[in-house]
Structure formats: structure tokens, C-alpha cells
Design a protein around this ligand. Sequence first.
Ligand code: ADP
Length: 497
Amino acid sequence: MPRTLASQIKKMGPGDHLCLIYDTPGEQMAAIIPFFQQGIERNEFCVYISDDLTQDEIHRAFETAGIDLQAWIDRGAFLFATKREAYLKSGTFDPHAMLEFLKSATEKAADDGFSAIRITGEMTWALGDECGCDRLIEYESLVNDYFPGSKALAICQYSRSRFRPEIIRDVLRTHPIAIIGDQVCPNLFYDSPGMVPTEKSTNDRVDWMIAQLKKFRTNEQELQSLLESKEELVEQLQSQNAALQEAEKAMQETIRIREEFLSIASHELKTPLTSLKLQVQMLTRRMEHNDSDLVERAPVSRLIQTANRQLDRLTGLVDDMLDISRIENGKFHLVKEDVDLGQLVRDVVDRHAEQLAAAGCKVRILTESEIIGRWDPFRLEQVLINLLTNAMKYGAGRPIEISVTADGLAQLVVKDNGLGIAEHDRDRIFQRFERAISANNISGLGLGLYITKQIVDNHGGAIQVQSELGRGSEFRVELPLKDAETIFSERIYPAVS
Ligand code: ADP
């Protein structure tokens, strides 16, 4: 962002000797007003040696900028001086006497409790008849020995149109800093003290010019390398910023998932608990009338069955959560033994007969016999139960088909004819807490397929899904075989009469 003239001028402080080359009073005041504002803020004694402009005009310019100059004057912080009070004290201009005047004014300001003295002079006074400008440049060069390290700073104002070009040229040679337009410029053409034009030999001047050029070159190189390191820094900062944003995003996502999980988990746990509570209340009411006639066997056993189902559901949820924590903590281990996959499938389906009936799903099992592997039977049952439960949940009460075959690998396929899964969801449903359906429609924690995939992966196998929205899904699990001789068999469940 380009810096304003005011902000650049406010960087100036004691020791600085500036020239202001201006064309219009507007340019002149744009530099002088912030110059004095800063001086007043820093408790510096401010002196304006006016000549070209009247004091009234200066008052008005400050007033337009919203500054009450009179208030500064009244509290003794600001003083107007004339050329006769400053430069021409002895009637003519004497550079050495002027320097003495500057020194004593600086000391007085310090004695009066100011931190420094800040002066500006409209140099048009030098164009008057009292004295020529001939010794002006000598003075400007002389003060360059004084200003550095002193408690004084000054802006010498030169109107470009009023002075001859030779004077402006020499002014530029005698001020280390120049204000040009809206820029405060370190002055490349500045001659160090003692290099007053024409007073030195040409040889000395050439030496000095070469030294200046080298200095400029070195400065430029330093600037260049500073710029390069700045760019590197900016790049580093940008990439750190990007990494931070990534981390922040990941953190937000983790928080979102956790919160979503907590809300779904509490809902999931609450539903069977509420139902269980209801069953128990109803049972209690019946028991309270402990009259064998009143306690009818059939309704009670129905209540117990429902309660048991809810207990199974709760246990399943808690088991899933425990599995997740085992997986996350690297404590998920398999206990392998020889397992007949076909047999395992039949057993699981048998045990879920009631649920299948409740879901209205017929199951067709196609198995080749003797498909044996070194697997963890408990975990493989979990795989099948998860796939079968999903086929019931999302299978819209339509038939389910399970097949167990072997073709280099054992293949377990659970196929339903239900809702199906959109293509963009097919990968993510194997991740933790990922669901492709709203919890309002069908409840679930989004953990089953994640755990299933972990189990299959741990067995050195693979799981994939093929699906068509509205037509059903087919989950295919492949597992490494032990050795298998296979005999084909088919069975329909429930048995068709
Ligand atoms: P949950 O069933 O508890 O949501 P899962 O991890 O078992 O968790 O399944 C993840 C998601 O995959 C489900 O929410 C559902 O959107 C989708 N899904 C799983 N199985 C099926 C299926 N057989 N048919 C349609 N969608 C399914």
C-alpha cells in the first residue's frame, strides 16, 4: 500500500535536515502541516519562519486542516518568526552567525522543557534585496555538520518557480532528504558535509562521486536481497497459512463429526432404552396384580421378546463403539482358526430368522461347501451380520441373496433389492460415521461398514460394493482361502413349503 506524504513526514525526527521543493502553496502545506502536528505530539518547540506566505494565510491553511494554530501559539509551543528575527539578525546574512542562532535556539527549547526544536523556513527571504543568495548554499552545507545527533530538525522550503535552477540544484546537493510532491526521498544527489560545490578539487569530487555510486550500488544490492528474503518469507508465511487453514479445516471437520456422532449415538441409545423402559413398566404393572389369572403368558412373553431385542440392539451399539475404540488404539486382534464359510453363513442366517421375518425379507443362500479359511469366526460373523442387517434395513422388505463361492479367493456376496447407493457415496460409506441416508429415515451410527472393512482388511481380504439407486446393492467380500474342495449346494430361507 503506498504510504501517504503525512505518514512519511511523521517518520522524520531530530537530526533530519530536509528541503521541500514545491510548486504550489497546496503542496507546501501538505508537507508542513503534518510536520508540525508531529512536533506538537512529541512536545517539540515549533518555529515557522514565514516570508512568502503571510501569517494569516498560514493560519487559514491550518484551520482548513482542522488545526487550531492559535491554541499552539497561546501555550507557547509554536512561534512565528520573520527573516529579520532569524536569518538577518545582524542586518546581513552570515552563515556562521545563523548556525550559532540555531544552536542557541535548540538549547533554549531544551531549557524550556521541550524535547527538541522543529523549524521550517520559507527560503524566499533570500531573494530579497537585503542580501543575495550567494552564501545560502554555504549555510545549507554548514548545518549538515550540526543537525546529525542534535535535538533539531528542519525543512527548508524552496519554491521551484522563484529560485534559479542553479540554486535549486545546489539545494538538492545540500539536503540529505528531499520532499518532492507526495514523496519523502532519501537524496541521491546529496553531497556530504564539506563537499560544498566548487570548493573541492575536481579529483576529490570524482572520488566522492565514485564512492557515492558504490554506496548506492551496495544499498541497491542489500535492498534486492532484502526484497528476495521478503518474498521468501511471504511464500513461507503463505504456505504456513495454508497449512494452518488446512489444519483448522480438519479440526472443524473432526469437531463436526464428533458432535454429529454424539447426537446420533445419544439418539440411537435412547430409542431402545425408552422402549425397554416401557416394556419394564408394563411388566411391573402386570406383576403388581400378582394374580396368576391376570398375568397372561402370551403378552408377557411378547414383552420380554421385545425387551430382549432392544437389549440386543443396545449391546450391538455398545459393541460397535468398543470396536471403534479398539481399532483406533491398534488393539483390534483376530483369533484365527479353520472356518467353513458356508456353515458360518447358514448359522448366522438361522439365528436371524426372526428379524428377517420381521423385516419381511426372504433370504436365498447359495453356498459351495467346504470353503475353508484361517479366519476369526467371531469377526466373520460380525461381517455377515452387518451386511445382513443393512440388507434388511435398506432392503425395502425385498428378497436378499447370500452366496459363498470360491475362485482363488473365498467370495461372500450379500445382495439386496432395496434402496441402492448413489455412486458418489459408495466409497465414503466405508469410513467412520459416514452415512448415505438421513438419520430421520433409517437410524444408524454409520459404524457397521467401517468395522466390516477393518475386519476384512485385517484378514488380508477386500470389500466392495456395486449398486444401482432404487434397484439394490451387492456387497462382495473376498478372503484368502486355505485349501478348498467345493461342492455346490443351494438352500432357500425361510423354507418354502
Ligand atoms: P449404518 O447402517 O449404521 O448407517 P453402516 O456403516 O452399516 O452404518 O452403513 C453406512 C451407510 O451405507 C448407511 O447409512 C447407508 O446409507 C449405506 N448402506 C449400507 N448398506 C446399504 C444397503 N444394503 N443398501 C443401501 N444403503 C446401504
